[in-house]
Each structure stands twice: as structure tokens, then as C-alpha cells.
Design a protein around this ligand. Structure first.
Ligand SMILES: Cc1ncc(COP(=O)(O)O)c(C=O)c1O
Length: 386
């Protein structure tokens, strides 16, 4: 008798993404007629600028519907080099840039490039839900390091073993909206140099900095040689569904890494890249207004949340996320708000145990929906402990 067919352990052992699951739940509830207000999604309510859409249309009509260069369109890679020089000061060559279908695939590509089965990768906690699963997909083991308040040198050192191969740093941080300050990046740099680690720096929220300064790891002397930079058009330009991002690779590694792209996706569609090129060209015209909108909403929502007993909410310096602490079980609060008042938020613990006792709220819905959600939350407050 033949054995029942088995799916591979690398797939069956993965936990579903908490953020994607919540989005699906909200979608299903809406389809059944409930008016759920979503404060759970990392998808900003920005319609892609019509000029960006027109650029994609033009490219399609002009015949850009074939396979293209695996690393991406030369003009887009040059624009990314210019972007990096402006943001981080790092001087990349277009040959170091690989265009990817979103930041998530850039992350997976970087991990596939450096992780051997059995390697450990340091993953921030609380941190984005896909880091651990992507490490596992590459045969590695994610090892969480706590950075709720700050990156602490002793705590980081304690997480390092002879099997540690790489460290993932995300700034501005999803879910807290904080920015990792330069002195903490220097701790990471020193640790990476001492233990010869690769660094994967996820800067997908870099354009959503509201105040203060934003240091880049690849901008620190000597670090480019060990740092893969993950970036994306998704959050900055309201282009989540276009699936467009990039990986800036350490000098001399792109040619090898590119083989993964050649043998998997081959290339990002040319017309999507044409849209990305148009988006980068419109940056100064459109991005500051998006930033202003998110910042205004963050300030307003934090003020209203702080009026509620048991909730303490700081206004973060970046992103469109709030990460208030709640004097209750975070999972129970998220469930209660979804069931009782049709407001979807994420429990902080879905970003790792270090996030327990917090909620993540995204201010990515309309102003009117945000006001309505905040009024419902204010009326209901936190559920009483059973
Ligand atoms: C920290 C972080 N990195 C990367 C991504 C990937 O975004 P995308 O694949 O849409 O570019 C996200 C999306 O939520 C994120 O929050």
C-alpha cells in the first residue's frame, strides 16, 4: 500500500502570518455584511498615483510584456542607486542592486543567500511576523533578541552562539514605529564584526520618518561589505499590490545571488518596474503629503487612546503604527474589540512574546473610519479580566 502523500516539513511547520490571517478574517467578516474597521493592516489607504499607473500602462502598450533582465531594469536600478546615495550616503553600483517582487522576497533572497541548514539567525522581538518563517524556509533557526526598549549589548551577546550566521535589523520598526538610534546600530556593527555575521537591514519604512533623524546601517563605515539592504515601494507609494522592492547587496555578491532570481521568479514584470521608476521620480511631489497624513493620524489616535483607562500610547517617530501598552491580556483585547465593536487590531504578542501587553494599531484607514473606531474603543475600553 502506498503511504499518504506528505507535504514538506518546511511548509507544514510554518505558522500562518498573523497579519495576513487577520486581514483575511476582516475580509470574510465584511463579505458577510459586518462593517469591520481595520486598524490591523500594513496596507496604507493610499491609491497609487494615476501618473504611476499611467507609466505601467504605457510600458505595457510599448511592448514591455516579455521577460526582462533578471536583476531589473537598468534605469530603475540607477534610480535606486541615487535613492540610496541620498538616503544612506552609501555609494552602490547599479550592479549591486537586484529588483525584487516586494521587500518580503528581497528578505527571503538575502536569507537564501547566506543561511545554511542549521545556522542561527538573530531576529528582533517584537518584530515583523515574517522574519522567523523566512529563516525557517532557508533551513535556519530564528533566535529572538529582545529590543522592545533598546538593543542591549549584553542581551545581544547572550543570543550569539558559534552557529549564528546573520542578524536581521529593522528600522523604523514594525510594530513599534520606533527608530533604532545610531549608538544601537553601532552595537550591532561591533557585534557583527566581532562574530563575523551577515547583516540584513530592513528599511521598508525609511520614507515614513516623521521626526528626528534616521541612521542607516549601510551608511556606517565598513558595514556595506556585510550588509544586505531590504527595501520596498509598498509602504512609501501606496504600491503594496504591485509587489516591487529591491535588495542592495554587498559588493561582489550580486552575481551569485542573482542565480536565485533567475531560477525562481526570473524577473519582476517590466511594466511594474516602469511604475516604480515613475514613483521614484514623483517622490518629492507625493511622499511628504502621505507622511503628513500619517503623522496627523498618529498624533490624534495616540491622544484619544491615552484618555482610556489602562492604555498608554506614545507617538512614534516613524511609520503608521501605534504600539500602546494595555493593562490587560493583549490577545483578549483584540478578540473582544473584533467581536464586540467590529474593530480589528493586532495583539502585540503576535510579533513575539516581547510584544505581549501591547496592541498594534495601524492608522491606514480613512480619517472618518479612524475617528469611528476610536470612538467605539473609547466607549468600550479594555475588557475586564475574567
Ligand atoms: C518590516 C517589514 N518588512 C518588509 C515588509 C514587506 O513588504 P512588501 O513585501 O510589501 O514590500 C513589511 C510589510 O508589512 C514589513 O512590515
Amino acid at each position: 500500500m502506498t503511504q499518504p502523500l506528505q507535504l514538506a516539513e518546511r511548509i507544514t511547520s510554518l505558522k500562518p502570518s498573523a497579519t495576513v490571517e487577520m486581514t483575511e478574517r476582516v475580509r470574510a467578516a465584511r463579505a458577510s455584511g459586518r462593517k469591520i474597521i481595520g486598524l490591523s493592516s500594513g496596507d496604507p489607504n493610499i491609491d497609487t498615483d494615476p501618473r504611476i499607473i499611467a507609466a505601467a500602462e504605457r510600458a505595457m502598450h510599448d511592448g514591455d510584456t516579455h521577460y526582462g533582465p533578471a536583476a531589473g531594469m537598468p534605469a530603475l536600478r540607477e534610480a535606486i542607486v541615487a535613492r540610496e546615495a541620498r538616503l544612506s550616503g552609501a555609494a552602490y553600483d547599479p550592479a549591486d542592486i537586484i529588483v525584487t517582487p516586494g521587500g518580503k522576497f528581497a528578505l527571503l533572497t538575502a536569507l537564501m543567500a547566506v543561511v545554511e541548514p542549521g545556522d542561527e539567525v538573530l531576529v528582533p522581538a517584537p518584530g515583523w511576523v515574517s522574519y522567523g518563517p523566512c529563516v525557517r524556509l532557508c533551513g535556519g533557526t530564528p533566535v529572538l533578541f529582545d529590543m522592545l526598549d533598546r538593543i542591549d549589548s549584553d542581551r545581544l551577546q547572550a543570543a550569539i552562539t558559534p552557529r549564528t550566521k546573520a542578524i536581521i535589523i529593522n528600522s523604523p520598526v514594525n510594530p513599534t514605529g520606533s527608530v533604532v538610534p545610531e549608538e544601537e546600530l553601532r552595537i550591532v556593527a561591533e557585534m557583527a564584526e566581532r562574530h563575523n555575521l551577515w547583516i540584513i537591514f530592513d528599511q521598508v519604512y525609511a520614507d515614513l520618518l516623521h521626526h528626528g533623524t534616521f541612521p542607516y546601517l549601510q551608511g556606517i563605515d565598513g558595514l556595506r561589505a556585510r550588509t544586505f539592504v531590504v527595501d520596498s515601494m509598498s509602504k512609501t507609494f501606496g504600491m503594496t499590490g504591485w509587489r516591487l522592492g529591491y535588495l542592495a547587496t554587498p559588493p561582489g555578491t550580486a552575481k551569485a545571488v542573482l542565480k536565485l532570481i533567475q531560477h525562481s521568479i526570473y524577473c519582476v514584470p517590466g511594466f511594474v518596474q516602469a511604475a516604480g521608476l515613475a514613483a521614484l521620480g514623483l517622490y518629492d511631489e507625493i511622499v511628504p503629503a502621505y507622511r503628513t497624513t500619517f503623522q496627523r493620524r498618529l498624533v490624534r489616535a495616540a491622544a484619544r487612546l491615552n484618555e482610556i483607562d489602562g492604555i498608554v500610547c506614545e507617538v512614534p517617530p516613524a511609520t503608521f503604527y501605534l504600539f500602546p501598552s494595555v493593562d490587560a491580556d493583549d490577545g483578549a483585547v483584540a478578540r473582544a474589540w473584533l467581536e464586540a465593536i467590529d474593530v480589528a487590531v493586532l495583539p502585540g504578542s503576535s510579533f513575539g512574546e516581547a510584544g505581549a501587553g501591547h496592541l498594534r494599531l495601524s492608522v491606514t484607514c480613512s480619517d472618518a473610519d479612524l475617528e469611528e473606531a476610536l470612538s467605539r474603543i473609547a466607549r468600550t475600553g479594555l475588557p475586564k479580566a475574567a
